[in-house]
Design a protein around this ligand. Structure first.
Ligand code: GLN
Length: 490
């Protein structure tokens, strides 16, 4: 039998259905892989007993022909998703040993469909970061290394554990969240596929909130098809999230292999940055050429307000974060650092419980929302946001079906390399934040490697609720670029 961990989710699904192996075997193979890969620090909590129990249950259902769409498939869960009776921390000290008494809607839908939980995955603290270095559990290591070097690289963030675990074949897919790029950027750094759905497509209920008007859950997977399979289970209306949209969930997998002939693909000129590495330029034109050979028409488009997206994002996101994080006061959840008065207890708890980046965001957010500055910063950023959204609307109204851009301005960088200057770190999100500001779907797909052997990703941006077109186009790129798996060194 081939190594079960090297199968795609779709292949594992067929193998389980034809009884070539059991979910317990598949799950055990992944549990062993996780144990052997602890150096990557991708999991912050392994749940082997629960995984085996869920696998046995799935096997029993498969035998009876009652297995759901994900029956017996072992997955990893970002530690931002509340999991009933399993510690959920958002990788922050302030949540301490918080054990939720409820399950997030997205994960409960995965379990409803028969998936198996292997454990909880590392992420940047409260999903704030682009390198997974702000986690209270320490950084995640990217399974990819530069050719002939052993420098440890970041997997991107904030869903760094999800990306690293999927790339290193520790789980068949993972949940992730994306507020400004946290699904697509780590996918690009690890040669995995990441889908950030339209805002409102997946329920946010039970996911630790960062910036509520931007946050969306989505999958990180080994292939475009696998991402489509996971999306169908993750998506759907939820009355418990008033921003979730009541629209039928399509069969995303049916979009794989659909012709893209005649589709109009926009190439936005504002994404061509000064000083962009030649390798990123090359990747982008290769991506365009692949889509052209599949019959798509490439057209130059303009999204004139792009340059304001990053600064506006870094006002809106911290503003919402400062409000969302007000609830961590030492009273209701996790950590409490005592003080002589309630006020002092709040201060001590928040001072000790939040890491440096989270404190920075809370301070920026509080500042831009304070009287006298609100109009100058927050309100202005909201206006810019409307203009960014309108740029996309105009572009789609002109007949464009999807937009192609690079996913990131560079390949993965070294752990500790970009810690000093927050702006340098924030620049990682330059191609991804626009999509969250406009609430649109975006997919990150591996497009090739740089001269040092590191993966690079392409991004496709779609019309609202048209994830299907992104899956069709993403698969065209995947077919042309091929799949990339890191050589195993751990
Ligand atoms: N890197 C961005 C930030 O730090 C986005 C994070 C995310 O999408 N959760 O805000």
């Amino acid at each position: 039998m081939t190594d079960l961990t090297s199968l795609t989710l779709a292949q594992a699904r067929s193998g389980l259905a034809s009884k070539s192996f059991t979910s317990l075997e598949l799950t055990d193979a992944h549990l062993q892989a996780i144990e052997a890969a602890r150096v990557l620090n991708a999991f912050v909590m392994e749940t082997p007993d629960q995984a085996r129990a869920m696998a046995r249950e799935a096997d029993a259902k498969i035998v009876k022909g009652e297995g759901g769409p994900l029956a017996g498939i072992p997955l990893g869960i970002k530690d931002l998703f509340a999991t009933k009776d399993v510690r959920t921390t958002a990788c922050s000290k302030i949540l301490g040993n918080f054990v939720p008494t409820y399950e997030s809607t997205v994960t409960s839908q995965l379990w409803r469909d028969g998936a198996v939980m292997l454990g909880k995955l590392n992420n940047d603290e409260f999903a704030m970061g682009s390198s997974n270095e702000t986690s209270c559990f320490g950084p995640v290591v990217n399974p990819w290394r530069r050719d002939g070097a052993n420098t440890t690289l970041v997997p991107g963030g904030s869903s760094g554990g999800s990306a690293s675990a999927v790339a290193a074949l520790l789980c068949m897919g993972a949940t992730a969240t994306d507020t400004g790029g946290s699904i697509r950027q780590p996918a690009a750094f690890t040669a995995t596929v990441g889908m950030k759905p339209t805002y409102g497509r997946c329920s946010r209920w039970g996911i630790v909130a960062f910036a509520s008007s931007l946050d969306q859950a989505g999958p990180i997977a080994r292939t475009v098809r696998d991402a489509a399979i996971l999306m169908r289970s993750m998506a759907g209306h939820d009355p418990k999230d008033t921003t979730s949209v009541d629209r039928a969930v399509p069969d995303y997998e049916a979009a794989i292999g659909k012709s893209v002939n005649g589709m109009k693909i926009g190439i936005p000129r504002e994404y061509r940055l000064d000083g962009m590495p030649a390798e990123i330029e090359k990747l982008w034109s290769e991506g365009a050429a692949w889509l052209r050979s599949a019959g798509a028409e490439l057209i130059d488009v303009s999204l004139p307000h792009t340059k304001y997206a990053l600064p506006a994002y870094y006002i809106v996101a911290p503003a919402e974060a400062s409000s969302n994080l007000a609830r961590y006061d030492g009273v209701r959840y996790g950590l409490r650092a005592p003080g002589r008065s309630v006020g002092e207890m709040y201060e001590n708890t928040r001072g000790e419980g939040f890491g440096a980046e989270v404190r920075r965001r809370v301070m920026i957010g509080t500042y831009v929302l304070s009287a006298g500055y609100y109009d100058a910063y927050y309100l202005r950023a909201q206006k810019v946001r409307t203009l960014i959204k309108k740029d996309f609307e105009d572009c789609f109204a002109s007949g464009v079906h999807a937009i192609l851009t690079p996913a990131t301005p560079s390949a993965a960088f070294g752990i500790g390399e970009k810690g000093a200057d927050p702006i340098e770190m924030y620049l990682n999100d330059i191609f991804t934040v626009t999509v969250n500001m406009a609430g649109l779907p975006g997919i990150g797909v591996p497009g090739g490697k740089d001269s040092q052997g590191l993966p690079l990703g392409l991004q496709l941006i779609g019309r609202p609720f048209d994830e299907e077109t992104l899956f069709s186009l993403g698969e065209v790129i995947e077919q042309a670029a091929g799949r990339f798996t890191p050589p195993r060194w751990w």
